[in-house]
Design a binder for this molecule. Structure first.
Ligand SMILES: NC(=O)c1ccc[n+]([C@@H]2O[C@H](COP(=O)([O-])OP(=O)(O)OC[C@H]3O[C@@H](n4cnc5c(N)ncnc54)[C@H](OP(=O)(O)O)[C@@H]3O)[C@@H](O)[C@H]2O)c1
Length: 297
């Protein structure tokens, strides 16, 4: 049987690296990892270098690779840098997804585009896919625009909205649990919001769900978060508990007392019922996710 070609954009990043590691172990896919600034040369597999803001380069990549499926993880996901440069943000977060959607529609390819819980204003919490979007930041708006651009051009595509991601990087990228662990190891205090709520998802759990979805025809919008709503402080307490870290360095702070360039929503937790109905992959709660990291699986 011919292996299907899977193009993973942003394989040099946090989610893309985990996707690559998982997909490369499956017989099903011939995986093509994409990167831009951080060279990808892993497990004897060279990545495809492409600046996704350059239409000519993207067209050449799609022609050369000719993927049956695209998992588009590449983006600028730094809220403050997006807020400072809205034009540049659109160039990477909105325009390339629209090109992938055109390709997918014309070539009957599977497209999964990663969006974010930041499409919501955080007033209500426990958001369903049918809830109205109302982003507070340039980053959130870019994700809304990317969702619209993709679904207009390729109605069969899937928009996978991810919640806050934790876990250890496989090849590149950085997560907020890595930030906590780094500070704990250095003996630095760890300031953590007690009043911002998300449904954190383990990066490898997210990768497993995305790969399962690459193989089915679930379309529209899907919320991929963990099965537990929590604040950053309670997340860190569970992390200390699972890894036997001293929790004395954790500091309870309020997001309202902390200066940030981009506005941040209070409660963008997800209702993940649709994902649970559509997936065999179980979406983990925080403790189970952290235990999975500890077991090294
Ligand atoms: N991290 C989170 O907590 C979180 C939460 C919700 C949603 N998301 C979304 O999940 C997706 C993956 O996030 P992540 O944390 O894995 O991101 P990441 O680690 O920052 O990786 C971003 C990737 O995008 C690539 N990239 C950036 N600009 C590019 C350009 N001009 N041309 C080509 N490639 C470019 C980078 O390639 P190089 O490094 O090689 O240049 C990198 O591989 C993103 O869509 C993000 O918005 C993330």
């Amino acid at each position: 049987m011919r292996k299907k070609k899977l193009l993973i954009t942003g394989a040099s990043g946090l989610v893309g690296g985990h996707l690559f590691a998982r997909a490369a172990k499956q017989d099903r896919w011939k995986v093509v990892p994409h990167y831009f600034q951080h060279e990808f040369n892993i497990m004897k597999k060279q990545g495809y270098r492409c600046d996704l803001t350059d239409r000519q380069e993207v067209e050449t990549m799609l022609k050369t690779v000719n993927p049956d499926a695209i998992l588009n993880t590449a983006a600028n996901s730094n809220l403050d840098s997006c807020e400072k440069e809205p034009g540049k943000t659109a160039q990477i977060n909105v325009i390339p997804p629209s090109w992938f959607a055109e390709y997918a529609q014309q070539n009957k390819a599977r497209l999964i585009h990663i969006s974010s819980d930041m499409v919501f204003d955080g007033v209500k919490g426990m958001y369903k896919e049918s809830d109205e979007v109302s982003p507070l930041s340039v980053y959130g708006r870019s994700k809304v625009e990317s969702e619209e651009a993709v679904l207009q051009r390729c109605p069969g595509a899937l928009i996978a909205r991810s919640a806050l991601i934790y876990g250890r990087a496989q090849y590149g990228g950085f997560s907020f649990s890595m930030w906590i662990e780094k500070r704990l190891h250095r003996g630095d205090p760890v300031p953590l919001f007690r009043d911002q709520f998300r449904t954190p998802v383990l990066v490898d759990n997210l990768a497993a769900a995305l790969l399962e979805l690459a193989d089915n025809d679930c379309r529209g919008i899907l919320h991929l978060g963990g099965s537990e709503r929590c604040n950053r402080l309670s997340f860190a307490l569970t992390l200390c508990d699972v890894f036997n870290y001293n929790s004395d360095l954790l500091q309870s702070t309020s997001m309202h007392d902390t200066a940030s360039f981009a506005p941040r929503p209070v409660d963008v937790s997800f209702n993940i019922s649709r994902a649970q109905q559509n997936l065999r992959t179980e979406l983990l709660d925080v403790k189970a996710g952290l235990q999975q990291i500890k077991r090294g699986v």
